[in-house]
Design a protein. Structure first.
Length: 246
């Protein structure tokens, strides 16, 4: 009787987990649900996340469009903390994410968006029809500090990742000067054009590093360059990678 071996081979998933739709005032109006998904398909990405500023209201439309495509959509949002730090928050469950985003949106100051200065904040359905606009300016900081955001995300079974840590503005390193150990972060994001190792050392701590586009225009969405290695093609595996690096 011959011995049988079971081989567990990691598969590569090419990704871009930080991009903005037309709902972000800084996002181009061409960043519609269909355009985003189709561009991701053209660039042969496996998993994407639309992470608008302090809102997730266009994410369901992106998920709906992607149902007929060979692409995964991880529900996400880019939150601005009280310290003016940008953090990416991802959720396995879109419904829990939407409850979280309601809390974030309600914490923003009641300052009306000036479209002539910041741009429109367009809500869209899965056919790219404009269904409305958000009047409150989404670029403002929430009333929650980074510790409170981290705790709140976990309450809704999500994960928080500091965004573009290598930027000189709106990053945890530029604003705080360090990454607090008490946050117990597993993954950080670099904003860069080239693939980086999934490990990096900052202040003696080792993190997974993801490299996203932070695309506001279709042309800027990642090419098929950056990847993570997971056991199978699923949002569960992508989320677990961000949480534990496995």
């Amino acid at each position: 009787m011959s011995n049988k071996f079971i081989w567990y081979i990691d598969m590569k998933l090419y990704y871009d987990l930080h991009m903005h739709s037309s709902l972000s005032p800084c996002g181009c109006d061409d960043m519609t649900p269909n355009n985003i998904v189709n561009m991701a398909c053209i660039k042969e990405l496996d998993v994407i996340a639309v992470t608008d500023h302090n809102t997730m209201l266009n994410v369901p439309s992106v998920i709906e469009v992607a149902k007929d495509k060979d692409i995964l959509v991880l529900p996400g949002i880019e939150v601005t903390t009280k310290e003016d730090i940008h953090v990416l928050c991802y959720f396995k469950d879109i419904n829990k994410g939407l409850v979280f985003q309601d809390i974030i949106y309600d914490s923003l100051p009641d300052i009306k968006n000036n479209e002539l200065i910041f741009g429109e904040q367009l809500l869209m359905d899965s056919k790219d029809n404009i269904t409305g606009k958000i009047d409150k300016l989404l670029l403002n900081s929430s009333s929650y500090n980074i510790n409170e955001i981290c705790k709140l995300v976990k309450e809704y079974y999500g994960i928080m990742i500091p965004a573009h840590v290598n930027k000189n503005t709106n990053s945890i390193l530029s604003n705080l000067g360090f990454i607090p150990n008490k946050l117990k972060l597993k993954t950080i994001e670099k904003n860069c054009d080239h693939h980086k190792s999934i490990c990096d050392i900052i202040n003696g701590d080792v993190y997974n590093v993801i490299t996203n586009s932070d695309a506001h225009y279709l042309k800027d969405i990642n090419e098929q360059v950056n990847f993570i290695e997971v056991k199978n093609r699923s949002l569960e595996c992508v989320f677990n990678y961000l949480c534990r690096g496995v």
